[in-house]
Ligand binder design. Structure first.
Ligand code: F0G
Length: 458
């Protein structure tokens, strides 16, 4: 087609009202929740870019499939459909449904990870890291050096540093590495893709040392489309073919279907090793449910099965990646540096670059996130030292390598004018950036503190 504009490949079939608040209401809300945006009542948020997880709009096909969900406790037809879809996508034999990604993580790590071990990943997502640390093991991030510098452009900034993986195995010893994980796309590193070439190289190292390779596959379809666009040799492959090649390199995966499953809840754990699968299923029964539903309703399994199919539609992926890049371009035009190139599901504002007057200990990304809400009711999330700062024994803190605010775009939910509004809010904050003040933490939990910490302006 001769037209340049990439449009939403759907029309809107039902709508949900969003509510405007006054500046006074937002200020009161901020004080009430201790400046932690996770504490807000969602009705006090106008445009919610907190996460792309479970917040997307389902299609009429998904809703229709849900009506046909089979709620049998054991052996539900919906489970067999779900299993077929996951098997044909991933090629993995053992399919274990879970209520979301972190349940898959907890079950897998409780089964295969022991205290004192080390799990390499390009970059662990926060729940992945926390679940590994909860087992007494170390979660080690081995993304390529380019992946740690927001302004550096690289087509596959999520790639794992293969030399660093080799030297980690040498240093730690093969027997202390129960598995290697690769997160596609690399959420905590900016939603950046991993190339097939890199996955093949990681696979080769794992094979040489006899270490299983697992994908954290939450955004596998976005990753596949980046490969199609950027990796030589795949321009004419379909996203499904590319996704199959990615999964073919893995011994297993954890999946949050709340992302590229296009569902509001759900996930799975899949692998080839029947012994590991048996142990995982035993734990599943203990805490999630019987192996043919794993904490999900039959209708959820239907929604995920349909979503996993729809997400690989090329028109959808083209629109998805373009609409995220559009927001990134607007933020840059407003003078706010963003992680380059933009990721698949989110735009990451570089608060360290925007607010050089705030030290990491003053949580510049928290300050920026709070200001976007204060000014325009836009909710993003801090991905910086609040989330990943490490507390030291002397009561101090080692800051995170980057101070980012993530604006995650829910799938099929907001229109271009919503995004134009967000860009105006960003521009307004950028104009007054010198006046932004930092924050200090006045209350925090021992792990995953960003969800519940309370702050005070400094
Ligand atoms: N792995 C990655 C890469 C993720 O992004 C997430 C969730 C999980 C695992 C855990 O999945 O939420 O279903 O338990 N990420 C969401 C986010 C919460 O906002 O990025 P879950």
């Amino acid at each position: 087609m001769p037209f340049r504009t990439i449009i939403e490949p759907f029309r809107i079939h039902s709508t949900q009202a969003i509510t405007h608040t006054t500046p006074e209401q937002r200020e009161a809300a901020l004080e009430r929740v201790g400046y932690n945006l996770f504490g807000l009542h969602a009705d006090d948020v106008l445009i919610d870019l907190l996460t792309d997880s479970g917040t997307g709009a389902m299609s009429s096909r998904q809703w229709a499939a849900m009506m046909d969900g089979d709620e049998s406790y054991a052996g539900s037809r919906s489970f067999y459909r779900f299993q077929d879809v996951v098997r044909s996508l991933t090629g993995l034999k053992e399919v274990i449904p879970t209520h979301q990604g972190r349940a898959a993580e907890r079950i897998l790590f409780s089964t295969v990870v022991k205290a004192g071990q080390v799990v390499p990943n390009n970059t662990h997502f926060d729940t992945t890291r926390a679940n590994i640390e909860f087992c007494g093991a170390e979660a080690r991030d081995l993304v390529i050096p380019e992946g740690r510098v927001p302004a550096t452009r690289h087509p596959f900034k999520g790639n794992m540093d293969v030399a660093a993986l080799e030297s980690t195995i040498r240093e730690v010893g093969r027997e202390r590495i129960p598995l290697v994980m690769v997160t596609v796309t690399n959420n905590s590193g900016g939603g950046q893709p991993v190339s097939l070439q890199n996955l093949q190289a990681v696979r080769a190292v794992c094979e040489r040392h006899g270490i299983p390779l697992y994908l954290d596959a939450c955004r596998f379809a976005e990753n596949a489309y980046f490969i199609k666009l950027r990796e030589p040799g795949y321009a004419s492959a379909t996203p499904r073919e590319i996704a199959r090649r990615m999964f073919a390199l893995a011994d297993g995966c954890t999946m949050s279907a709340k992302k590229d499953g296009l569902a509001n809840i759900g996930g799975f754990l899949a692998m080839n090793d029947p012994t590991v699968a048996r142990e995982c299923r035993n734990l599943l029964i203990l805490t999630e449910g019987f192996p043919t539903y794993g904490g999900l309703a039959g209708y959820d399994l239907e929604a995920v099965a349909t979503g996993l199919d729809e997400v690989l539609d090329e028109e959808y992926l083209k629109y998805r990646l373009r609409s995220t890049a559009y927001l990134a371009e607007k933020a840059e035009q407003a003078g706010v540096p963003v992680v380059q190139p933009p990721g698949g599901h989110a735009v990451y504002l570089d608060a360290k670059a925007l607010l050089p007057h705030l030290a990491p200990a003053q949580y510049p990304a928290q300050a920026l996130a709070v200001e976007l809400y204060r000014v325009g009711g836009v909710r993003g999330v801090e991905i910086g030292s609040v989330m990943f700062g490490k507390r030291t024994p002397d009561g101090g803190e080692t800051p995170a390598p980057m101070e980012l605010v993530r604006l995650a775009v829910p799938r099929r939910t907001y229109t271009q004018s919503h995004i134009d509004y967000v860009a105006e809010v960003i521009a307004d904050v950028a104009r007054r950036k010198e006046r932004l003040r930092g924050y200090r933490i006045v209350e925090q939990a021992p792990w995953l503190r960003h969800f519940t910490a309370r702050f005070e302006p400094t």
